[in-house]
Design a protein around this ligand. Structure first.
Ligand code: NAP
Length: 455
């Protein structure tokens, strides 16, 4: 058994050592989960709802502990980490309402009774990225358990601590230890085994588009169900008719939240040329004011990047001759710091076309609505985006024209557990969250019962 040594990204101090599982351990986990799943699926809907409610209560009772752990492992500002733990509680509570509402249909047919059942898939594999470990795990755990499945979660090697703790809290709340198992390990070992194991009936993968393609190909061997939540390069479109002060004041949060390590980051700001100069004047003080520093401080808005390796990757998009318009500040170190950075490159620059996944945003001018939509859609991705305009017709026209799964008008909100979330194009396949999510962890079974004619 090998181990990974974790460091605190804000201090570079040793944090914890986590054992990494091998493929044989995954096989064992799948076998145990299959047994636990059959027991769980036989419980009444009310009992499964009670299990989820108890799990949510355990998470709520440990909010401070989970948040502190995320601050130390991921460098998330404490206020964000607390929100994330609260979000997990809310997701579990929301889906605790699902077992009693998951009903099939009765369909009128000749000669008998026709009914559909939503059968659980069985054992579900969930592979999560390092950027938002807790929320992303909960988006599958909640609806999959609600629908009667067992769940095996492989957290990212860099940030497994809060997910491991969630697994312990589930047991503490009374769930069978084999029903929800957290399997720390390498993507190429534990992740791949979940994808190729015939006993895992569905994989929910959240991560890069590159690995997502491999997951989809691997899953094909057993016609395994997949949901893919992949990369993004979302646009923040600022029309001349909007509240420009508000658009500029909120643009930093739209991209620098979680130090830009956010699949929904509005990392391309597109501004109508007639207000471009004024927008940049307003944006500069807003970017310089972003409070970057100790994630344990309540004044901090942006923490460090997750690792030295990731910081080097982000820095590659800002070479010495990069068209830097202005930058915010960052502590000198130790810690994997990177200042909020605004670039004004050409439309074809790789900083415009590739997902940077760090605190770097590009700003480009556009001419008119047609140009704005063309620029916004000129990407392989289609996850999120914002449209700033005070004209309702334009808001609706542009929303319909942009090839993206989650758009917001005059706001940067992307994720609400009550609404569906997912990507167009190479940002993913399928949807998470929203009221229908438990259905995505079921198979529809149709049963016809012949009814004999009277006499
Ligand atoms: P990643 O490198 O693709 O890794 C994601 C997960 O997949 C990790 O747990 C990783 O394990 C595992 N993995 C790696 N190779 C694998 C393989 N061959 N088979 C199965 N699993 C494998 O992504 P990341 O760097 O962690 O996360 C950043 C990316 O995630 C960005 O592109 C971001 O946009 C995307 N993301 C998307 C969403 C969304 O909802 N659409 C949300 C968050 C993030 P190890 O890390 O342990 O090797």
């Amino acid at each position: 058994m090998t181990a990974t040594e974790l460091v605190n990204p804000a201090t570079e101090e040793a944090l914890a050592s986590v054992e990494l599982l091998d493929a044989a351990a995954v096989d064992d986990a799948v076998a145990r989960a299959a047994v636990a799943q059959r027991r769980w699926a036989r419980l009444s809907p009310w009992e499964r709802a009670e299990g989820l409610r108890a799990f949510a209560a355990a998470v709520a009772a440990h909010t401070d502990e989970l948040a502190a752990l995320e601050v130390a492992n991921s460098g998330h500002p404490i206020a964000s980490a607390e929100w994330e733990a609260g979000h997990v509680r809310d997701v579990l509570t929301f889906y605790a309402g699902s077992p009693e509402r998951l009903s099939g249909r009765q369909i009128p047919v000749a000669g008998g009774l026709d009914v559909t059942f939503n059968e659980p898939l069985g054992v579900v594999g969930v592979i999560t990225p390092w950027n938002f470990p807790m929320p992303i795990a909960s988006w599958s755990i909640g609806p999959a358990l609600a629908a009667g499945n067992a769940v095996l979660v492989k957290p990212a090697e860099l940030t497994p601590l809060t997910t491991i703790r969630l697994g312990e809290l589930a047991v503490q709340a009374g769930l069978d230890a084999d029903l929800l198992q957290v399997l720390p390990g390498k993507g190429a070992v534990v992740g791949e085994r979940l994808v190729t194991h015939p006993g895992v009936r569905k994989v929910v993968f959240t991560g890069s588009t590159e690995v997502g393609k491999r997951v989809m190909a691997g899953a094909a061997a057993h016609v395994k169900r997949v949901t893919l939540e992949l990369g993004g390069k979302s646009a923040n479109i600022v029309f001349a008719d909007c509240d420009l002060e508000r658009a500029a004041a909120t643009a930093p949060a739209g991209v620098f939240d979680n130090a830009g390590q956010d699949c929904c980051a509005r990392s391309r700001i597109l501004v109508q040329r007639s207000v471009y100069e004024r927008f940049m004047e307003l944006l500069e003080p807003a970017v310089r004011a972003v409070a970057v520093g100790d994630p344990a401080s309540r004044d901090t808005e942006m923490g460090p990047l997750v690792s030295a390796e990731h910081r080097a990757r982000v820095a590659s998009y800002v070479p010495d001759d990069a068209p830097v318009a202005f930058r915010g500040t960052a502590p000198p170190g130790p810690g994997f710091w990177f200042p909020p950075t605004v670039l004004t490159p050409e439309r074809t620059d790789r900083s415009v076309t590739e997902e940077i996944f760090g605190p770097v945003v590009t700003v480009l001018p556009f001419e008119d609505e047609h140009d704005a939509v063309g620029l916004a859609n000129d990407t392989a991705y289609g996850l999120s985006g914002s449209i700033w305009t005070d004209e309702l017709s334009r808001a609706l026209r542009v929303s319909r024209a942009i090839e993206s799964g989650n758009l917001s008008v005059n706001s940067h909100s992307s994720v609400r557990y009550h609404t569906p979330f997912g990507g167009f194009k190479q940002s993913g396949l399928g949807r998470e969250l929203g009221p229908d999510a438990p259905l995505h962890f079921t198979e529809t079974k149709n049963v016809f019962i012949a009814v004999a004619e009277e006499g």
